[in-house]
Design a protein around this ligand. Structure first.
Ligand SMILES: Nc1ncnc2c1ncn2[C@@H]1O[C@H](COP(=O)(O)OP(=O)(O)OP(=O)(O)O)[C@@H](O)[C@H]1O
Length: 324
């Protein structure tokens, strides 16, 4: 028996269109699996299928080895958190959090609400009106409400995507801490790579309904399994061994492999190879300089400042060997 949540050969169709095809994965107890992929890749559909909100056209969802087919959404005992907090506007924060605690006596409910507000970093908020919360606070309350009845797993669908970037990063770190501290088994949908790496122990990369790779962030960052995964994770150029070596790379490739030039693989180096600057643009953290590699492909090198020259010197210090 597989412990925790198992997705086995799942397919979901909308009419003739296949949204999720033959996806299998396991979420071990107390761990978080991120579902990462571009828009339309089937992330939400898969999450909704796990929740019981979307019927499967093939495969099964199991909990501790038991098939959940026929088990209604609320009987699955999974907590759900969506992009929009979906709090009850007429209830206080405390009543929202206590909503799923119906069977507990009042004092025990109060204790649980206090505990949950501490956990999500909003101590003392129980009597606030939810209409007076900021977007980030509302999402924390939504998380507290989902965790209060101790669901056996938590399913989160882009819970931070309605927030601005700075807040999103901070909340992602908080969320990662909260999920770990509460040893929650969770599935976390996002299209944001950084958020997936922050929150999830393992990340499933999906495109067009297919699971391309399931691995920990370290492996995905350094060893994407295919060209498609590498491209989704930011590789812009794929070079032969000869081109890689001409850029100062000191590794070697097996027959049939190419090297994916990943973000950070190419660095500025005074004693490096001269390449033409094609373009420059600011990111949140630095300047991205687009350069032309010896084989004509465009690659990107990070710099702390814009450069004032038509060429820069670079060295290829890393990259991921993948099947050509
Ligand atoms: N209710 C629906 N009826 C018909 N097709 C749907 C429905 N919901 C989703 N789809 C289609 O299924 C595919 C997967 O959609 P899904 O929403 O799961 O992707 P996603 O990866 O979560 O995308 P996003 O990040 O944009 O939310 C898409 O092609 C989408 O158009």
């Amino acid at each position: 028996m597989v412990a925790g949540l198992e997705v086995r050969g799942v397919e979901v169709r909308y009419g003739a269109a296949v949204a999720v095809e033959d996806v299998s994965l396991v979420v071990e107890p107390g761990t978080v699996v991120g579902l990462l992929g571009p828009s339309g890749s089937g992330k939400s559909t898969l999450l909704r299928a796990i929740a019981g909100l979307e019927p499967l056209t093939a495969g099964s969802i199991l909990w501790e080895g038991d098939d959940l087919a026929g088990v209604k959404v609320f009987k699955r005992n999974f907590g759900l958190v969506f992009q929009d907090a979906q709090l009850f506007p007429t209830m206080t924060v405390g009543r929202n959090i206590a909503y799923g605690l119906g069977k507990l006596p009042r004092p025990a409910q109060q204790t649980r609400v206090t505990e949950m507000l501490e956990l999500v970093g909003l101590p003392g908020f129980q009597d606030r009106r939810v209409t007076e919360l900021s977007g980030g606070q509302a999402q924390r309350v939504a998380l507290a409400r989902s965790l209060a009845p101790t669901p056996r797993a938590l399913l989160l669908d882009e819970p931070l995507s309605a927030l601005d970037t700075g807040l999103r990063r901070r909340l992602a770190e908080d969320l990662a801490r909260i999920l770990r501290e509460s040893r929650t088994t969770a599935v976390y949908v996002t299209h944001d790579q950084q958020e997936a790496y922050t929150v999830a122990d393992r990340v499933a990369v999906l495109t067009e309904g297919h699971l391309l790779q399931l691995a920990d962030p370290e492996t995905l960052r350094h060893a994407p399994a295919t060209r498609e995964v590498a491209a989704f994770l930011g590789a812009r150029a794929f070079v032969t061994e000869a081109v890689a070596r001409s850029l100062g790379w000191d590794g070697s490739l097996a027959t049939g492999e190419i090297l994916a030039v990943l973000p950070g693989s190419l660095v500025l180096a005074d004693d490096g190879v001269e390449v033409e600057v094609l373009d420059q643009g600011y990111t949140v953290d630095d300047v991205e300089i687009g350069v032309r590699l010896p084989d004509g492909q465009r690659a990107v090198v990070s710099s702390s400042d814009r450069v004032d020259a038509s060429s820069v010197r670079v060295r290829l210090t890393g990259g991921a060997p993948i099947p050509a």
